[in-house]
Design a protein around this ligand. Structure first.
Ligand code: MN
Length: 242
């Protein structure tokens, strides 16, 4: 794994974002990750996703299928965000994508990379902390799974997607980005065998070399200009797909 390149994407909010973002994401999956790369999906790729026992959601089916195909060629790993935490065993068992609802630690170029979406570390908006606990509760998830899928998705849509939050509350988002940076910096200082802490959620890109060769990275939001990031043996970089 020493020479693998990490290709990092977060916050596409597919399903709530314009359909052009989905088309671009499919083209991105076709062209950017190369054999030898590892694709990291750092939460809120889907807005939203729920894994049922026997049913696959129709919304975002094309991207789920593309990820399943890609995962046959190269490693794909995903952590859940506050909009797609309920992947359950679907991604691992059926899609071949390594999934954790909260965090994954993976070997990468020059050391381990820790990825975590970033919600729940701070309360950037009223109710966010309550929401984080509710959506992480096994009881809430088990009850929700009993609803017919069309009703479940209807409820999720009613709860809103709030994609414009960064524009309407720039100071709250900046404060959240600052808290995430402090958390990432402290984690890198505490855990010396980590090479990178990778987060999403704030839709604010971050590229910070905390110590020589050790990085805090946030690729920014795919929905905000098709942003992604890379990390290889020579360092980290931010990109926009076109
Ligand atoms: Mn999020």
């Amino acid at each position: 794994m020493e020479d693998t390149r990490l290709v990092i994407v977060a916050d596409a909010h597919l399903g709530a974002a314009p359909v052009g973002d989905e088309e671009a994401f499919l083209r991105f999956l076709d062209t950017v990750p190369r054999p030898g790369d590892t694709l990291l999906l750092v939460g809120d790729i889907f807005d939203y996703w729920f894994s049922y026992r026997r049913v696959i959601p129709r919304r975002n089916f094309r991207v789920a299928a593309a990820l399943t195909t890609l995962a046959r060629r190269l490693p794909v790993a995903m952590v859940g965000g506050n909009h797609d935490r309920w992947g359950d065993t679907f991604w691992d068992v059926d899609a071949g994508v390594r999934f954790d609802p909260h965090r994954l630690r993976l070997p990468g170029p020059g050391g381990d990379a820790l990825m975590i979406h970033g919600d729940g570390l701070h309360e950037e908006r009223p109710g966010a902390s309550w929401m984080h606990r509710a959506t992480s509760s096994p009881t809430v998830i088990a009850l929700y799974r009993l609803l017919p899928p069309d009703l479940g998705f209807w409820i999720a849509d009613k709860m809103g997607h709030n994609l414009g939050y960064a524009e309407t509350h720039p100071e709250a988002v900046q404060a959240a980005a600052d808290r995430q940076r402090r958390w990432a910096t402290a984690t890198l200082e505490r855990e010396r065998d980590l090479r990178a802490v990778i987060m999403g959620h704030t839709h604010r890109e971050a590229l910070l070399e905390v110590a020589p060769g050790r990085w805090y990275l946030n690729p920014g939001a795919w929905l905000d200009g098709w942003r992604y990031a890379t990390l290889d043996a020579s360092g980290a970089a931010l990109h926009q797909f076109s």
